[in-house]
Design a protein around this ligand. Structure first.
Ligand SMILES: [Ca+2]
Length: 345
């Protein structure tokens, strides 16, 4: 498993004596897709597969550069690079490298598909993706979901969830959120804050549909002001009110939504941190108790799940940096990689 830590370590999350300076994922200089494609072709053809070269090339390029390499590869090798990599690699290395070849939208769409396909539903993943992505990202995810799986995301979500939880997710998937406006409507802010209070903390039980419509239809800057104003009505802030009013998956979903409205970077930083803690604890436990993990498929699968989360966070970081958004969790990500290395994962 040393390979996985190496890949993560090479995802330009450089760990040095100094804190990494923004940005940590930048396009490679003197980039030559043909040369890279040739290196990958040779690496795949090498007996036993030259995994190191594949890691060296693909983890040190941005997503758009990787796409160019794939195009150059297809031109010279007359076959699809992703299928070739799939055939050449296996295990966690295959998972991570194939994940890197997907755009964040494709990755999100396959996460959702994976969480509802087959028997049962992985609610945690479903909540994480649907409640933390922006309206524009959800619009793209729906489109890509249809392209990749020939299925309607709305129908799939409706078929796999129920009750108020289903209503909330569907409201998000319907992408009715207002665009941020340059005019601050103080009257509307006050009205929404009061409505949230009167539908929850003020009454016995909870008027969930009112919460859903406000949280799925208002713009994010508007909601940030609504939650501030909310404190004038309620003795509890919005997150505390959610914990008091609703339970289970519905509670988890509202909490992810509100955390992301308030500070999305912080939300992802804490998810990354949480994932790392679990991986560290699991590995410490097993190195102590057993000295090996391979046969313990249950725990190994759990670890893999957290590695995927970590990868999702890294892909997201890359996406944000490329789209020019400020990102604030470099130190968390670096600490995560240090931990992974310490675990020899
Ligand atoms: Ca109540």
């Amino acid at each position: 498993m040393a390979m996985v830590s190496e890949i993560l370590g090479q995802l330009s999350l450089n760990i040095g004596a100094r804190e990494p300076t923004f940005p940590t994922v930048v396009p490679a200089k003197d980039f030559d897709p043909d040369k890279d494609a040739a290196r990958i072709e040779t690496a795949i053809k090498t007996k036993g597969v030259d995994e190191q070269t594949i890691i060296d090339v693909l983890t040190k390029r941005t997503y758009s550069q990787r796409t160019e390499i794939a195009f150059a590869y297809e031109k010279r090798a007359k076959k699809d690079m992703v299928s070739a990599l799939k055939g050449a690699l296996s295990g966690s290395l295959e998972t991570v490298i194939l994940g890197l070849m997907k755009s964040t939208t494709q990755y999100d769409a396959s996460l959702i598909r994976g969480s509802i396909k087959g028997a049962g539903t992985d609610e945690e993943t479903l909540i994480e993706v649907l409640c933390s992505r922006s309206n524009n990202e959800l619009v793209e995810i729906k489109k890509v979901y249809m392209e990749l799986f020939k299925k309607d995301l709305e129908k799939d979500v409706a078929g796999d969830t129920s009750g108020n939880f289903a209503k909330l997710l569907l409201a998000l998937v319907q992408t009715k959120r207002a665009e941020p406006s340059s005019i601050v409507d103080y009257e509307k802010i006050d009205e929404d804050a009061r409505a949230l209070y009167e539908a929850g903390v003020k009454i016995k039980g909870t008027d969930v549909p009112t919460w859903i419509s406000i949280m799925s239809e208002r713009s994010v800057p508007h909601l940030q002001k609504v939650f501030e104003r909310y404190k004038n009505y309620s003795p509890y802030d919005m997150q505390e009110s959610i914990v008091k009013e609703v339970k289970g998956d519905l509670q988890k979903s509202f909490l992810v939504l509100v955390k992301c409205f308030e500070n999305k970077q912080l939300y992802f930083a804490s998810k990354l941190n949480e994932a790392m803690k679990v991986v560290t604890v699991l590995f410490r436990f097993f190195s102590l108790k057993c000295g090996y993990f391979e046969g313990l498929s249950f725990f190994w699968n759990r670890c893999k799940k957290y590695i995927l989360r970590l990868k999702s966070a890294i892909l997201l970081q890359e996406h944000r940096i490329q789209s020019g958004q400020k990102f604030s969790y470099h130190s968390v990500a670096s600490a995560a990689v240090v931990k992974l290395k310490a675990c020899n994962l």
